[in-house]
Design a protein. Structure first.
Length: 216
């Protein structure tokens, strides 16, 4: 039969073990948060027109969009493996069917929204074939853009909501929170460029059409 001193020693050791593990997990999660924030910050920096002008002195304009996509996808893959390596700590009980429903709605919205965009320009292949020139632009009010200014982001919000319901882990909550914040900030930055490009035409579009949901 273990002595009282032995029992107390085991409890103290066990407590220290869990404290050390908690601290280690917290630091891993914090580093992941900083990595995700840095990824989104870099994504916005590389999309900034002033940065494009500087980098295009080194990277030919016809390759810039491909370079942008290559960097974005490469870093995203790295973040995914980092995410997978993090321990899973559930914050509430999952509801798989509801989560899948929201993710399915989000996927459908994204697919329908993409049909109204120039995918060649989006991917960078158009610029590659046309010496860096982009196709002539008019304000896109086709498809879902007639009802929502940013249907791709709306689809992503549904995906994120479905993800946290389907897989309610703390690390997923971090991804959903930071990604949602970035989508909101990203639309503001994007719309500043659109207002500068289209002027009053876009301001009128802003007044008449909702950002993420249709105006009632």
């Amino acid at each position: 039969m273990p002595s009282p001193q032995s029992s107390e020693s085991e409890k103290a050791g066990s407590k220290k073990y869990y404290q050390n593990n908690y601290q280690k997990y917290f630091m891993q999660l914090l580093l992941f948060c900083l990595s995700l924030i840095s990824y989104f910050a870099l994504h916005s920096i590389l999309a900034d027109n002033r940065v494009k002008e500087v980098l295009q002195q080194v990277i030919p304009i016809r390759f810039y969009r491909l370079f942008f996509n290559f960097v974005s996808i490469g870093l995203l893959i790295g973040l995914f493996f980092y995410f997978k390596a993090l321990p899973t700590t559930l914050v509430f009980t999952e509801i798989p069917l509801l989560g899948i429903s929201f993710m399915s709605i989000g996927s459908i919205i994204i697919c329908v929204a993409l049909s109204a965009y120039h995918l060649g320009e989006f991917s960078g292949w158009y610029q590659l074939k046309h010496e860096g020139e982009s196709p002539a632009h008019s304000l896109n009010q086709k498809g879902l853009n007639k009802y929502i200014r940013h249907p791709l982001y709306t689809g992503n919000f549904f995906l994120l909501l479905g993800l946290i319901i389907y897989y309610p882990a703390l690390k997923v909550l971090v991804v959903v929170f930071i990604s949602s914040l970035y989508l909101i900030i990203g639309t503001r930055l994007e719309e500043q460029k659109l207002v500068a490009y289209f002027g009053e035409t876009y301001r009128k579009y802003q007044r008449e059409v909702g950002r993420f949901l249709p105006k009632i």
